[in-house]
Design a binder for this molecule. Structure first.
Ligand code: ADP
Ligand code: MG
Length: 504
């Protein structure tokens, strides 16, 4: 199905250091909030922006004696996401306690899946340029709880805590270190986000923190990565640093670029990279150390005794598989092969599933390329200009389709169609009815055009002689007829008639 893509070998970003070239190696841990109304182990609401501490159950607040109960819907979303990444689904997985103290984590541990994640190996096709793609391997997806939020800037002496987020379900999606540059990292996150939005498993809202990435970066010498792929030996790669909690595509790229150059400068200076967790400061455009691996907590993971291993049935997985929508890669491929769209246009139209659905409704039973042009240039262009989402488009698919039908039947010209689009956009209504009511339709009635041609030929005998001697001059008659009919005659029909009448 994806045969039309050319998979590129890794084309790593190369940075020239003072002592030779360096390549980047990047692995991402993406935290995606499950699009669920309730939390992973409690019935509390996950609504964003609620009054602080209003969505906190006894389980989330870790009251003594409270027991977690797994939310089946969240499990289904993790399976669905796994299937969307062509990944192995583990019928048996288990929850572990990751122990650490933090004021916004009342339990004193986070429930996660270290040893037996629910989803195993998969892949993401990352689009780099029209028709050019890269495969990035997925190592695993596990389910875990989110923590709450400490607030330090509301009072000079006090800190506050908001537990609304505590216990919200996250999917942690871990990639292999197959990403080789800042643009690829951003394209990877974009593709993952797109797939989850198609699946409806995560809303992908980066601003609200529904999608955050921990970005692992190391640098190596040309040839080292190939050796790593051959042998699987991580020690041939450089030591990595992890940049925590990135929630902007632009900052992800800037942070990677900065971090790689920082590491190169240290190594070339004879220093060593210390494995550590760093934070990106967007104001300064720098990463800075948060904690080193040596100071890292010993999380003392152990299986959570409050939760049985999670066993799911193949039949249930099959049911979820049967309910999967067409995913972006397949949709894009179909637009290219079945509808004849360019790779680029297909990419634009499939970026969001709502856009793709709108386009398909317009294209159904019509010319795909023409529909694509109108949807991309006229509709999306206008929506963008007015800051509107497709769902709020004043022109719906049926109306745009109606305009295309009028062009197709020759009833209105391309230019008139633009005017008609503008009228439908601002006033609404049925395009055909508007075109008739406002006299926008071209005269396709051959009788009327013929009369106009006859009149002009009769009135201009000198021009007739000239055109007979030099057929190129017949265009003059066409121009006169179009003028006489107020631009509403179909030019092709006029041309034909003029040639016939002049005997050319
Ligand atoms: P941890 O849980 O300690 O962060 P993981 O084994 O889960 O460790 O790895 C985290 C991420 O780091 C993965 O996405 C992995 O691909 C990536 N990674 C591992 N080694 C490197 C490296 N040398 N350079 C860049 N990324 C790496
Ligand atoms: Mg990590």
């Amino acid at each position: 199905m994806l045969d039309h893509l050319t998979y590129t070998a890794p084309r790593p970003k190369v940075i020239a250091g003072a002592k030779g070239d360096w390549e980047l190696v990047i692995g991402l841990e993406v935290h995606a909030q499950v699009a669920s109304n309730a939390k992973l182990f409690s019935g509390a609401s996950t609504a964003f922006g609620a009054e602080p501490n209003s969505n906190v159950s006894f389980v989330d607040a870790a009251m003594p004696g409270m027991l977690p109960v797994i939310n089946e819907f969240c499990v289904a979303q993790a399976v669905r996401t796994g299937l969307g990444l062509k990944a192995a689904i583990n019928l048996v997985s288990a929850f572990d306690r990751k122990n650490y103290f933090y004021p916004d984590l009342p339990q004193g541990y986070q429930i996660s899946q270290l040893y037996h994640p629910i989803v195993g190996e998969g892949e993401i096709i990352v689009d780099m340029a029209p028709g050019i793609a890269r495969r990035v391997r997925i190592e695993r997806i596990h389910l875990e709880q989110d923590a709450g939020k400490s607030i330090h800037d509301m009072d000079p002496a006090l800190s506050f805590v908001d537990l609304n987020r505590t216990g919200v379900a996250l999917m942690e999606i871990v990639s292999r270190p197959d990403i080789r540059g800042p643009e690829e990292a951003a394209a990877y996150v974009a593709k993952l986000r797109q797939i989850m939005r198609y699946l409806g498993t995560c809303d992908g809202n980066m601003q609200n923190g529904s999608l955050r990435a921990d970005v692992n970066v190391s640098v190596c010498k040309p040839g080292d990565y190939e050796r790593f792929i051959e042998t699987g030996d991580f020690s041939v790669l450089g030591t990595r640093c992890e940049i925590k909690n990135m929630n902007s595509m632009r900052f992800i790229q800037a942070a990677i670029e900065y971090e790689a150059r920082r590491q190169i400068a240290i190594i070339e200076d004879g220093g060593m990279i210390v494995q550590e967790t760093r934070l990106y400061d967007p104001d300064k455009g720098e990463t800075r150390s948060m904690r080193s691996k040596e100071e890292a907590h010993d999380y003392r993971y152990f299986p959570d005794p409050d939760l049985l291993p999670l066993e799911i049935e193949q039949a249930w997985v099959d049911e979820i598989a049967a309910s999967m929508p067409e995913l972006p890669d397949e949709k894009k491929a179909r637009f290219v092969t079945a509808l004849g769209l360019s790779e680029y246009d297909a990419g634009v139209l499939t970026a969001e599933v709502e856009n793709a659905d709108f386009f398909e409704a317009v294209a159904k039973g019509r010319d795909g390329k023409q529909a694509a042009n109108w949807v991309i240039n006229d509709l999306f262009g206008r929506l963008k200009k007015e800051g509107l989402e497709i769902g709020a488009s004043p022109v719906d698919a049926a109306q745009l389709g109606g305009i295309l039908d009028l062009i197709g039947s020759g009833e209105i010209s391309g230019k008139m169609a633009k005017d008609l689009f503008d009228i439908v956009w601002t006033e609404g209504g049925d395009p055909a009815a508007i075109a008739t009511a406002r006299g926008m339709k071209q005269v396709t009635d051959l009788g009327a055009i013929e009369a106009a041609v006859d009149d002009i030929i009769a009135a201009n005998p000198a021009q007739v002689d000239k055109a007979k001697a030099n057929p190129k001059l017949a265009g003059w008659f066409t121009g006169q007829v179009l003028k006489a009919t107020g631009g509403k005659a179909n030019p092709a029909a006029v041309n034909e008639l003029v040639a016939k009448k002049l005997g050319l």
